[in-house]
Design a protein around this ligand. Sequence first.
Ligand code: PLP
Length: 433
Amino acid sequence: YAPLAEIDPQVQNIIDKETWRQFSGLELIASENLTSRAAMEANGSILTNKYSEGLPNARYYGGNEHIDELEILCRKRALEAFNLDPAKWGVNVQPYSGSTANFAALTALLQPQDRLMGLGLPDGGHLTHGYYTAKKKMTASSIYFQSFPYAIDPTSQLIDYAGLERQAKIFKPRLIICGASAYPRDWDYAALKKTADAEGAYLMADIAHTSGLVAAQTLNNPFDYCDIVTTTTHKTLRGPRAGLIFFKRDGPNSQDLEKRVNDAVFPACQGGPHNNTIAAVATALLQVSQPAFKAYARQVISNAQTLAAVLHAHGYKLQTGGTDNHLVLWDLRPLGLTGSKVEKVCDLLGITINKNAVSGDASAQTPGGIRLGTSALTSRDMTEEDIKVVAGFLHQAVQLSLFLQKEAGSRLLKDFIRAATTKGSAGTAQVNA
Ligand code: PLP
């Protein structure tokens, strides 16, 4: 029972350094947030010791009376957080992450090699929505299913619903997935439902990025139209790292959905649930249901819109010209900069952002933009006035990148980038999280 610092000072030291990094810098990665202390306490609890394969009151191991109570509570809170009637919707709270939630949902809805359509990754979609390249099928969602991506309109940069409708008529998908990792606008679920119905397809929304904003009723409600809704719990929802799968209990496509989703999570895709995480999810969902969270969600959006407005006023190009949600996609190509260069420069300045593909990028490996999100800064109580200062920092970071590249020659920029990389930052390929 000795504390971590005593048993393993090396790991404690890494945690201390990361704590300092998170709180001394500006976190603008759109998929990240700051989980509450209460949720982290639950996450670090003794519940990690327990095996509980199966569902409440139907477990494979004994000793699960308290775990059953916990999972039932978590389900109840998940439905309450999204204002769902338990007669009409159910939820599985066991997925370890958004990716496993999505693969379990595909397993529940489809047979191997069935057809699905999701938003293409270069247009803001996620790997788990069927992504593949001309060279390789590298995601389970494209290896085990036939996938055909839909796109955004190159001019408006909004989802091309008419194009999707046309392609769906030809491709005949069994499933249409909506939701994204890098799309700054809201979704027209009614239009998607119309297309899905016309083809006899299921409609699934992956609201991983926006679920906190959906729960706070600040964005359109996918539950009015979709058969399945998946989400991560750690982005705008501000919980620990995990996933949820909501399934419809009534209506035309809902036959057996509950059993199919539950069987897909366990035993098809996962083993024992991570009960410590489920406890932390339950705590986070309790917080989501409180009035303060609604105010938080509204502030997240207002902060993102302020960020977009300031950058726009500086003359920068933003994908779709602005935002409806928590994220801003900044197209750096008119400046002759790549996303990775600006990401590295920002890293050295203590501003954490990520490079991101923007509409028309030739390669997802050297994307021409960056993605910014306001969820984490808003959790630190930042408001519009603070965000204007942050936007000023970003303006300076981009001007510095330009200076290093243009005025002082690209050699200096490369040295600068090498210094940032040596410092321990950066990945290589761009993938939306
Ligand atoms: N779905 C979307 C839309 C995402 O942005 C992400 C984030 O990476 C995921 C799913 C996967 O979530 P996780 O990283 O928890 O597996």
